[in-house]
Design a protein. Structure first.
Length: 202
């Protein structure tokens, strides 16, 4: 295991987030809508974002939803997301309950030694899918960095694993390989950054 902490494999619903990618796309969207008042100072609320992701992924219900955030030393302090301190106690082990959606619990993991963030993301995904308890997962991965690895990873999975509810979020919806559903990340990001329909017309 390349992470400094072990992943709890007794998980039914999970959201797996690449922190570097999340911070990057939030910053990119803020630049795109820089003409909107106070946009430069706005930050995405992580609890609101995962709530929207869970709703779009069809996870709402009574089951707990575990949010696993993969990061490295280059993104231990986020610029466009709150809470922003992944090394401290700002995110790790916190939890909250959203009525009608579920109870969210957060866990942060980072690579050990010379391992790459992308390697840890793929390894964590494999552990979760192989746990035997997971029935749905939403992925916020850095498609530009290791999207092809994800495609190959899913293509090699057994038929039984293909019945699991898997949703991949991206700014450009990834191609459907038959194992997962694709959703655009732009919509939930716009909500948490306070971008509305009138801003799209400007």
């Amino acid at each position: 295991m390349m992470a400094e902490r072990k992943i709890d494999i007794d998980i039914k619903k999970a959201i797996l987030i690449d922190a570097s990618y999340l911070d990057f796309v939030c910053g990119d969207m803020k630049k795109h809508f820089s003409c909107v008042k106070d946009m430069a100072s706005r930050k995405a609320d992580l609890s609101c974002l995962v709530t929207y992701l869970a709703l779009d992924a069809g996870m709402a219900g009574k089951d707990a939803i575990d949010v696993v955030i993969v990061y490295d030393r280059h993104c231990s302090r986020l610029c466009n997301v709150l809470p922003d301190d992944l090394d401290g106690t700002g995110v790790d082990r916190i939890s909250f309950n959203e009525d009608g959606v579920g109870e969210f619990s957060f866990m942060t993991v980072q690579p050990e030694g010379f391992a790459e963030r992308s390697e840890l993301y793929m390894e964590t995904l494999d552990i979760l899918l192989s746990s035997g308890t997971l029935d749905s997962i939403a992925l916020l991965a850095h498609e530009e960095e290791y999207g092809q690895q994800l495609d190959a990873f899913f293509a090699g999975k057994e038929e039984g694993e293909r019945k699991m509810g898997i949703v991949r979020f991206g700014m450009f919806a990834p191609e459907d390989c038959g194992m997962f559903r694709k959703e655009l990340l732009a919509y939930p990001l716009m909500k948490v950054l306070g971008i509305n329909a009138s801003d799209l017309k400007d």
